[in-house]
Ligand binder design. Structure first.
Ligand SMILES: CC(C)(COP(=O)(O)OP(=O)(O)OC[C@H]1O[C@@H](n2cnc3c(N)ncnc32)[C@H](O)[C@@H]1OP(=O)(O)O)[C@@H](O)C(=O)NCCC(=O)NCCS
Length: 149
């Protein structure tokens, strides 16, 4: 039988699962307190579940007519299977319904999988912020990307 895919808003009860996926997938993970504050501030978010297990999530925020994509993560063992793409398509639909004109994000210049993913989903590179992100030694640039809706 085909696995059942569900996409729904992230809830407080998902917090521990999200934090564990985050720590496994990111070189520089968000702390639990950042996830918690996004939930408390009611930032829009989505989780993708496969047979009730969270596989991927995205956290974003609406500011004027721009949606800011703040974090998108896929569980390591499920990467490369199209789950981030599915979440981004739903994010586009929700953002349009909310009256947004574009989606903006920043990404580490060294994050090749994420850059490729955003390229594939129609984002354009509109800026580069030198020394934007701290890293283990020194800092690295952030690439600013925008997708017009
Ligand atoms: C970036 C990330 C969310 C992509 O998630 P994913 O579910 O693996 O992405 P998808 O399977 O939907 O792939 C979409 C496209 O991304 C690109 N991509 C994904 N993984 C890639 C990799 N390892 N190398 C190069 N390109 C990659 C491809 O273009 C792919 O399209 P294709 O399969 O048709 O070639 C995932 O790699 C991840 O969680 N990384 C760690 C967290 C992170 O860096 N998040 C982004 C910054 S907040």
């Amino acid at each position: 039988m085909e696995p059942l895919i569900t996409i729904r808003p992230l809830e407080i009860l998902d917090l521990d699962q999200i934090v564990s996926i985050e720590q496994e997938a990111h070189q520089y993970p968000w702390k639990k307190s950042i996830h918690l504050s996004c939930i408390e501030r009611e930032y829009p978010s989505l989780v993708l579940e496969l047979d009730k297990q969270i596989i991927a999530y995205v956290v974003f925020n609406y500011l004027y007519d721009e949606c800011h994509l703040m974090n998108i993560t896929t569980r390591v063992s499920y990467q490369g299977l199209g789950y981030a793409s599915q979440l981004i398509q739903v994010l586009y639909d929700k953002s349009k319904i909310a009256g947004m004109q574009s989606v903006l994000l920043e990404v580490r210049e060294s994050n090749t999988p994420a850059l490729s993913c955003y390229d594939k989903e129609g984002f354009e590179r509109i800026g580069r912020r030198p020394d934007y992100y701290p890293k283990k030694e020194g800092r690295e640039a952030g690439i600013v990307m925008r997708r017009v809706l």
